[in-house]
Design a protein around this ligand. Sequence first.
Ligand code: SF4
Length: 443
Amino acid sequence: MKKKVAFYTLGCKLNFSETSTIARNLTDEGFVRVDFSEYADMYVINTCSVTDNADKRFKTIVKQAQKVNPDAFVAAIGCYAQLKPEDLAAVDGVDLVLGATEKFNIADYVNDLSKNDYGEVHSCEIEEADFYVGSYAIGDRTRAFLKVQDGCDYKCTYCTIPLARGISRSDSLQNVLKNAKEISEQDIKEIVLTGVNIGDYGKGEFGNKKHDHTFLDLVKALDTVEGIHRLRISSIEPNLLKNETIEFVADSNSFVPHFHIPLQSGSDEILKLMRRRYLTDLYVNRVNKIKEVMPHACIGVDVIVGFPGETEEHFLTTYNFLNELDISYLHVFTYSERDNTLAAEMEGVVPKKVRSKRSKMLRGLSVKKRRAFYEGQLGTTRTVLFESENKEGYIHGFTENYVKVKFPWDPSLSNTLQEVKLTEIAEDGLVRCTILESVRASV
Ligand code: SF4
């Protein structure tokens, strides 16, 4: 009887791409993948160290699995498993905890799925996680997450990712192109490039510390791959987003005019405490450059509120900075202390109540920004990649510049690219459209 395995993934696109690759490996080893809500012989939880209450979330997910099959073998992998292996091993029902170097070798640890009294830990010092393993995920059959880079050499004072994922290293350009081709042959219309610090692409490509290629080389090479309709850059550090890259995207065949650029604070004083590698003037310069060559581009911004030392004045500086900037939406993160980070030792701790008040204000600003961006797109002609789910009688999709669109449900539109005219903003904030014509495969 083939063994059944189910996966639960927390966190970022990178984690989803790795879960997908690990699942493919286990399927090659004879396992059958089932949904996490179904009966399985083994449940694998891919953890995240950024998620708030990561430990509570993890325990809840383990209980969920045990409810379906109390005798199931439970394995924990991912960033939290690398940072706190013993904590996870001590959770009732956990049988195996694999660190950053072992997660891709999970097949070697699951020949015998009988339960352990205590979670068996196979972890390592993060310095040993200096090699690269490629991966991609074809989640919802509409878009794929393609991992191109892993780890980070930056030292942002609030961040645990370098401790969980190790040094910055990249896939070989050749292997990225092979994966991209493989994905496009499965009728996937959009590829989202993912990693930890993808602007640092090329570093450690061949196991050394230097850049054999740059992010721009990667972008140029991917733009020539046959059969890929859309390429989306998931997130890129402002100091690594060069003018040449912005100009190339503006004229490219496949790269879409959508940039997600972490800012974290609109106050230079706080940026210095965060040890970010830029100040606000560089950020303004990036946004202006994008809008100069792609006025319709969508710009998303990550921002952290409640960082130690953030006064009301610093916060208002951030609020006004974002309010004046021509950006499209915000992802707002409430600062929370992380073990082994410099920020956790810093003075000027902001009370939790104040953190959530500031977070609420910025989320309100994000709604205002997104609406203004959408209003600016009404009447324009865009290309929508329709997804495949019937959502209360509508099919949803995103334009190239990340406007979320809805259209009366029509299954024949699933996973197709359509040229549309954006007409009005519906009560739920999505944009209605009229379909002009189907976009034939031209690439
Ligand atoms: S750039 Fe900074 S915030 Fe981003 S992963 Fe690296 S250390 Fe963390």
